[in-house]
Design a protein around this ligand. Sequence first.
Ligand SMILES: Cc1cc2nc3c(=O)[nH]c(=O)nc-3n(C[C@H](O)[C@H](O)[C@H](O)COP(=O)(O)O)c2cc1C
Length: 199
Amino acid sequence: MHWWTLVDECIENNAFPNHFLQLATIKDDNSPAVRTLVYRGRNEEQHILMISDTRSEKYAQLMSNPKAEISWYFYDTREQFRISGETLCVTPKDQDFDVSRLWQDLSPAAKQQYFWPKPGVPITDKTSTYITGKNDTRGKQEKLHQDELDLTDPPSHFCVIKLIPVKVDYLQLSQPKHERQIFEYDIVSSQWHSIALTP
Ligand SMILES: Cc1cc2nc3c(=O)[nH]c(=O)nc-3n(C[C@H](O)[C@H](O)[C@H](O)COP(=O)(O)O)c2cc1C
């Protein structure tokens, strides 16, 4: 069975939410960094799609080293996928279909977040209103500003992270015995090969 079939079955058989995954990247000092992201589906090339912000640390890490791994756990069926490969980050200037499609799919509230100040910097008086929604005079002005935003097109720092899988480590904690399989992509034959492993 192809591992995507296993993923599809998991999405179907697990109660919502089943679309949070952890993305691990490598920092410049070679230490790991991991955080939660939303799975945004896959494209025709079978890339795993996520969205983010080019002003974030993960983007800088992926620009230095595009290798990444996601860990995706399905609670109800007790299945884990660890999927590794190289990433490709695309932004509005790339005129990529997935960028426009995923932007259109976002709710207005989710789109507005991309017009917040750069992530990961200290909060100032000017920026606190975005974060706390503080209702002082400046807060009202900023709120007005947010409501007037043109959300038709994504800002230049909106990005789609595409993970191109080359290896999948699948684990199912079924009873009475656990099951583990490794799927690896063979570039020569363009085929996925799998092998069962001790868990
Ligand atoms: C449930 C949940 C979902 C999240 N989804 C995303 C997402 O889809 N994209 C994203 O960039 N950050 C998402 N985040 C925030 C990231 O986990 C992270 O805090 C942020 O992107 C900054 O990470 P960085 O400094 O490593 O770049 C989410 C956080 C949580 C808790």
